[in-house]
Design a protein around this ligand. Sequence first.
Ligand SMILES: *Cc1c(COP(=O)(O)O)cnc(C)c1O
Length: 427
Amino acid sequence: MENNNFSHATLCVQGGYTPQAGQSRIAPVVQSTTYRYDDIWHLQRVMTLQATGYKYSRTGNPTVTAFEESVRLLEGGAAAVATASGQAANLLALVNICRNGDHILAASTLYGGSFSLLNTTLPKFGITTTFFDPEAPLEDIAKLVQPRTRLIFAETIGNPGLNILDFDKIRALSQEYDLPVVIDNTLASPVLCNPLQLGAHIVTHSASKYIDGHGTSVGGIVVDGGNYNWDNGRYPDFTQPDPSYAGVSYTEKFPQAPFAYKARAHILRDFGACLAPQNAFLFNVGIDTLQLRMERHGNNARKLAVFLQNHPQVAWVRYPGLDEVGKERIARYFRADNGSGVLTFGVRGGLETIDRFVRHLQLATLVVHVGDARTSVLHPASTTHAQLSEEQLCAAGVLPEMVRISVGIEDADDIINDIAQALERSK
Ligand SMILES: *Cc1c(COP(=O)(O)O)cnc(C)c1O
């Protein structure tokens, strides 16, 4: 479906796959590692990127293509590459741009896995990161730019700090230093926010969350906006000939989306973290209802947030749009009035109270997950963010008393009643 004038609600259901006469109505699972060709010359052209075509499912598969197309349309990008997980998506995006000796400027309010990738693992490969407070003034963040800085990385909604990014500030920084912006849009989902329209150049998702929506599969995706000019002398891997593909220069050969073509041909081929067709199929089914689910997640979460705000055992509540700054940013950057389904709150009484609260939940369950149709709770300080120091916890917006709820699409009153009775019994 090539009509980009369709709304997101329509693209969710119809985008990504258009059958020809006699073909299956929905994108089938093409459970095949490989693809047949008639002559060696045709396959040679495919292998050397002179012709398009599937060769081996590590670098492309028809079911995966339908998923990539669907998210590409929703994000308004030029091309997309699916990956085995959200972690693999962020890794792919970062190492597709950076090489040994390069530097990344990243928001301090990041998902725990992204923080450890940037803080611990990538430095072992010579790629270093300076973390910045996304609420700091532009001049302060700009002071952190180094000669080898190659990209800016942040999340639309910080997980689990739930701060909405000031896209205008990041765009100004990007323009001043001519740096590409990579945005992890997982918590907003492509129906609530489209960072490529707000100054970003690359968007990543953990598809395991809202895109799947049913807790069935781990996967990820990277969308190339096709809107960054890599031919500025600082990204030779994009402009110079790639010897492993008969001397292809990605900017010359694929000017509409050099980032995505290089990510697939080079990084996905060599690192191998590709998405399985079965998981792509489940994501395609999930996306059908993404718009509907996000509306429900947002409405339920807002109701629960308002309830918790007035609860004597609750010290504070965070939900995008409850405070003035968040409200203003949602109005400016989001396609909807609400945040997603994720909210956090502080429980009075310490760890033992939090444990009792979790034990008494009947509808919500304790799981390391967000974006599920089922309401989920987590205590980040003792789990996903347990490896962080106290200072790093503060910078990431993770307080010791903080409980995160990923509000599902069940009945709002049932969710509120469950949280209320568990709080009561946790006293
Ligand atoms: C979950 C998550 C990831 C990692 O994704 P996986 O699919 O679990 O590998 C990355 N970023 C954010 C914001 C996430 O919530």
